[in-house]
Write a protein that binds this ligand. Structure first.
Ligand code: EPU
Length: 338
């Protein structure tokens, strides 16, 4: 196991923000992961598990404990009747996985093309976009239980998946994802309910997997900052879920606002990007280098050199303004590390 000290974390995140890690460990195997945890335990230091760094905002002072970067790789395929089980290491790039399974004509995660980060991060945050959610195809997750150092297999139904949440966010720190298995279909199952995809494929009854992937990548290009130019962690906030009664009040007040029912709960999902854009009129608004992205107001973009404090201050401005305008308390989706 290789341990480094005072490692700058900014370049390991898509925001490009944050100070150094006191200790940094690159875990390419389960043994290295266990060694890293032992190292932290012996020194009684906190641990932060870093995947692709695509959903985190790291404090300007950095992290005073041990950062363990999960770099466990490998993709295996097991054909099982009408589907293939794809078993993948937590450190694999999510989009690398999507690209590979699309090439192999396996259906189920193509609409999640272009989501940055690793497979481990995708499981923990239960990523979803353009009509698909990773929990729809996930079969099981292999985890290291940090409380007893035992490897466990957690079935999908035990993962407590919800909107951007799971047992891994509920019991944060207990489990570290090592591998995940997805059941991907051999049968074509295009999911085109999302408006932009419907429009793209209006004249095509049976679009190919590759054409769906390309369409999603194209839509994303128009909605997210170019990470080569500036930093971002995608949607900074979660869309708030309100009761049917609250949704009806909001519908009366904002008749043009779209609302989305949630199959997994009785609540109604309110598009916060729409509220920031059409109620607060803050799309494009910036404070000290942090900006509500002009093509998608739920996204915070950060110019090179922007501080974590500036991003947090902008987020607070949004939180306060949404609360005073609509009475809704919003939560961030991005994990804040300090
Ligand atoms: N809208 C506006 N103005 C804006 C932004 C959005 O009017 O500035 C409207 C849109 O026109 C649309 C509605 O608000 O009617 C919802 O917007 P969109 O479809 O872009 O999706 P979203 O709810 O803002 C969610 C996910 C994204 C995912 C997209 C597409 C969350 C927190 N975000 O965004 O996921 O890519 O749907 O499926 O659920 C992420 O989690 O980091 C992420 C990028």
């Amino acid at each position: 196991m290789h341990i480094e000290e005072h490692v700058p974390l900014a370049t390991l995140t898509t925001f490009g923000i944050g100070g150094p890690a006191r200790y940094f460990i690159w875990a390419t195997s389960l043994d290295e992961l266990r060694e890293g945890l032992r190292f932290a335990d012996e020194r009684q230091l906190p641990v932060f598990v870093l995947g692709g760094g695509s959903n985190v905002l790291i404090d300007d002072r950095g992290f005073g404990g041990v950062v363990i970067h999960i770099a466990i790789e490998g993709i295996q395929y097991e054909v099982a009747g009408s589907h293939t089980t794809v078993i993948v290491g937590a450190g694999e790039s999510w989009d690398g996985l999507v690209s590979e399974v699309v090439d192999k004509e396996l259906w189920g995660i193509e609409n999640l093309s272009g989501v940055p980060g690793t497979v481990g991060g995708a499981v923990v945050g239960n990523i979803g976009a353009y009509g698909q959610v990773q929990s729809q195809t996930l079969q099981w997750v292999e985890v290291l239980n940090t409380k007893n150092n035992v490897i466990e297999c957690i079935e999908n139904t035990q993962c407590q998946f919800g909107y951007r949440e799971s047992i891994f966010t509920h019991d944060a720190g207990t489990y570290i994802v090592v591998r995940a298995a997805y059941a991907l279909s051999h049968e074509a199952k295009p999911e085109l309910s999302y408006a932009d995809l419907q429009k793209t494929f209006a004249d095509q009854a049976n679009p190919s997997l590759l054409s769906i992937r390309e369409a999603v990548l194209h839509i994303r290009e128009g909605k997210f900052p170019d990470l080569l130019q500036e930093g971002s962690a995608g949607s900074f906030f979660k869309n708030p879920i309100v009761s049917k009664e609250e949704a009806a009040v909001l519908r009366e007040r904002y008749p043009d606002m779209p609302q989305f029912s949630m199959p997994e709960t009785t609540g109604v999902k309110i598009p916060l990007g729409w509220l920031i854009d059409h109620v607060l009129h803050l799309k494009g608004y910036s404070e000290d280098g942090a900006r509500l992205f002009e093509k998608q107001a739920l996204v915070i973009a950060a110019k090179r050199g922007t501080s974590a404090n500036a991003v947090r201050a902008l987020a607070n401005t949004v939180r306060e303004k949404i609360f005073s305008a609509c009475g809704i308390a919003i939560e961030h989706e991005v994990k804040i590390i300090s």
